[in-house]
Design a protein around this ligand. Structure first.
Ligand SMILES: Nc1nc2c(ncn2[C@@H]2O[C@H](COP(=O)(O)OP(=O)(O)OP(=O)(O)O)[C@@H](O)[C@H]2O)c(=O)[nH]1
Ligand SMILES: [Mg+2]
Length: 456
């Protein structure tokens, strides 16, 4: 696949717009040294084009009349040992919008053009500095909103997903080789090529299956951890919700059925974004609004990464309530933390084992709940032990590959037509190449980079 390789020199600000002492602008492309040379004077008196590569030069950016715009540092880097693979000059200047505009204008006058979203990274991919998956990891890295996603994006940048995909590609190529080899041994029935190929494909399917399982969870975690407080009416859910948030977000009254809708509030804790969710108390009711609220509580239980099952510890719980608790606890055992609430006036009720005794009135117990949440989050992250983090594009391509393999399996039954088989296996390899960007169409490639910010 031939992608148009644009070598024109582009410029963009790489640091975010806004306050801060310094800003960084990057120039990259075929005439970079020439263009940067025209708009600079170096303190050393040398010309920028003559200084050694990978050096930092102190000097000024000047406009066409030679008037200084700002005192800056030039990071001069000749290709191909640069991020894009092309000649690159980075200008570290004072962070003032007028200065940045004037430097950009000087670059445009000297022959550069403005960079588009993700254009630097796109060039890095086209110049084989990284594959598309690693490029996408850069974007994830910039936008990661918790420590774990950050770690996974970094791993991806180092090529874990690429390595995994490469492994699958190798397996498929092995299958093709077996299929082709069969042409030579056409009369030898017992060479069992079909069985070997089937085994390889089944192995790949298993791998894809594992990734699929973790994808939904990964996706959700990428957006933060959802923690829902669920329990019967008046159990003190909203009181605990407020205590965990450290603010009076939900209304608390002694009247059962106070909370009738789902209330959300977000916070950062230890580098992870948490969404706390208060819900309507579960009970039999004829009230239409409350009924709808309870339905939503049940949906929240499904949706949540962690359920805080709040049991009113100050009174006997009805048979019906106990049944609901047991049901919830059994269905969602792996993600449920049971809390026996109103510990200050608690009766000795033992509904579900291993409950944490707590009350919004006892700060220590709130701390205990937070620790239990922390432990569960850690467990959650380790159970999705897959080191791979996929975005929607990568996931869709993986599904297509899986579909392709499903179509291939029937070809392995009965008398195998190896030529047809080889053809379809090659097609499967093509799907993989699209994942890494080896054979991706220009249109799909641009779609990927549109997600990026300018300057990356
Ligand atoms: N003594 C004591 N009272 C509590 C405690 N937690 C909540 N309460 C009281 O119990 C009543 C109900 O509290 P809420 O927090 O509104 O309970 P809820 O589970 O959100 O109730 P609904 O929204 O109606 O389902 C209020 O009168 C609270 O003051 C507690 O730990 N100790
Ligand atoms: Mg409430």
């Amino acid at each position: 696949m031939l992608l148009s390789r644009d070598e024109a020199t582009i410029i963009a600000q790489c640091t975010p717009k806004g306050s801060g002492a310094l800003a960084l602008l990057r120039l990259s492309g075929i005439n970079t040294l020439d263009i940067a040379g025209k708009m600079s004077t170096l303190a050393s008196g040398k010309k920028l084009i003559d200084v050694p590569t990978h050096t930092i030069q102190y000097g000024s950016v000047v406009d066409q009349k030679g008037t200084a715009i700002d005192q800056v540092l030039f990071l001069v880097m000749h290709g191909p040992k640069t991020f894009t693979g092309q000649d690159t000059v980075e200008i570290s200047c004072h962070n003032n919008p007028f200065i940045i505009e004037a430097i950009t204008a000087a670059a445009l006058k000297s022959g550069a053009r403005l960079a588009q979203e993700g254009e630097f990274t796109k060039r890095a991919v086209l110049n084989k500095k990284m594959d598309l998956i690693q490029a996408e990891a850069i974007n994830d890295l910039i936008h990661a909103n918790n420590q774990q996603t950050l770690k996974q994006s970094l791993a991806q940048l180092n090529g874990t997903l690429s390595a995994w995909i490469h492994q699958i590609e190798k397996q498929l190529i092995k299958a093709i080789a077996l299929s082709e080899a069969s042409f030579e041994f056409i009369d030898e029935e017992d060479m069992a090529f079909g069985t070997q190929i089937e085994k390889i494909l089944a192995g790949i399917m298993d791998d894809i299956e594992k990734i699929k399982e973790s994808f939904d969870q990964q996706n959700q975690i990428r957006n933060g951890i959802r923690i829902a407080l669920i329990g019967s009416v008046n159990a003190g859910k909203s009181s605990l919700f407020n205590a965990l948030l450290g603010k009076d977000r939900a209304i608390v009254t002694e009247q059962p059925g106070t909370t009738r809708d789902v209330i959300e509030s977000g916070l950062y804790r230890n580098g992870t974004y948490l969404t706390m969710v208060d819900t309507a108390g579960l009970r039999q009711t004829e009230d239409k609004i409350e009924k709808e609220g309870i339905k939503r509580s049940e949906q929240e239980a499904q949706k949540a990464d962690i359920i805080l099952l709040i049991i009113d510890g100050s009174r006997e719980n009805s048979k019906e309530e106990q049944a609901i608790y047991h049901e919830l606890h059994t269905t969602h055992r792996h993600k449920t933390i049971v809390i026996k609430n109103k510990a200050d006036i608690a009766k000795d009720v033992d509904i579900v084992p291993d409950a944490i005794s707590a009350s919004y009135k006892q700060p220590k117990s709130i701390e205990t709940i937070n620790q239990a949440i922390e432990r569960m989050i850690n467990r959650l992250f380790t159970t999705i032990a897959s080191p791979l983090l996929l975005n929607q594009r990568q996931f869709n391509l993986l599904l297509q590959l899986e579909q392709k393999l499903i179509e291939i399996f029937p070809l392995l039954k009965g008398t195998i037509q190896y030529e047809l088989l080889s053809y379809h296996l090659s097609d499967a390899v093509a799907h993989i190449a699209e994942l890494t960007g080896k054979t991706i169409s220009e249109e799909s490639m641009n779609a990927v980079f549109r997600e990026f910010c300018v300057g990356k």
